[in-house]
Write a protein that binds this ligand. Sequence first.
Ligand SMILES: Nc1ncnc2c1ncn2[C@@H]1O[C@H](COP(=O)(O)OP(=O)(O)O)[C@@H](O)[C@H]1O
Ligand SMILES: [Mg+2]
Length: 246
Amino acid sequence: MVRDAPDPALYAAQHTLGERGVPAVVIGLAGGVEPELVWHNELGGLTFRIGERYVKWSPRAAGIDLDAERLRLEWISARHPAPRVLAAGADAEAQWLVTAALPGEQAIGQTWQARRPEALRAMATGLRALHALPVDDFPQEWTRQSWVGRTPSRLGPRPPLADPVIVHGDACAPNTLISPAGEWTGNVDFGDLAVGDRWADLAVASMSIDWNFGRGHADDEFFDAYGIAPDPERIRYYRALWDAES
Ligand SMILES: Nc1ncnc2c1ncn2[C@@H]1O[C@H](COP(=O)(O)OP(=O)(O)O)[C@@H](O)[C@H]1O
Ligand SMILES: [Mg+2]
């Protein structure tokens, strides 16, 4: 699980790419075009845009398995607007994933703070679409490999699960893409895809809304747009599970 940095503009300003600069493999993939750094996660993973492609590069030391994410992207991108995998690779130092650019941009930053109701509606629309997918052909072992599928005894019993859905697993604002017109265009970052309780996503999404947009907006704007009343017990449980297991 990669925790997204709350503010990528700040990250871009504060973090350099280290002494080696852009990884050599990314330069090679760019074929003479200048790769644009668009994201830097807290584990040292980097995402570059190269024309109509994105390259997600993750150092081995991050402990993330981009090959697992590749399999999940291949599954979900056939069913939902998600990055289509074009290529993947690995060497001793890092793994990388090349995907086709989806339209839209991350639903964060100054623009979307100023247009917060549209951003929160886009998050809700994306999750509604994802949660409406059939769960029958989902590879069951992926749920066990995600924080979503774990039930540590110290958290007490998991709230009853009546209506399992496809769970994104990292349903934060930066993983939601939005068009200039304010429409949801897709989702990224599916390494923790699972089948489980929609509240696993709704709890994380509303937490991310508190971080990225300030507290107090999730209840009336996000949950309203999703069409559900806040469920304090499940919000508490899934935030605790996220903290404990992701
Ligand atoms: N195929 C793609 N199309 C559009 N944007 C993308 C694509 N892949 C990655 N991105 C952008 O790069 C950012 C980082 O990618 P992500 O998979 O979320 O990495 P991380 O696991 O480090 O959060 C995303 O939030 C999104 O803005
Ligand atoms: Mg992300």
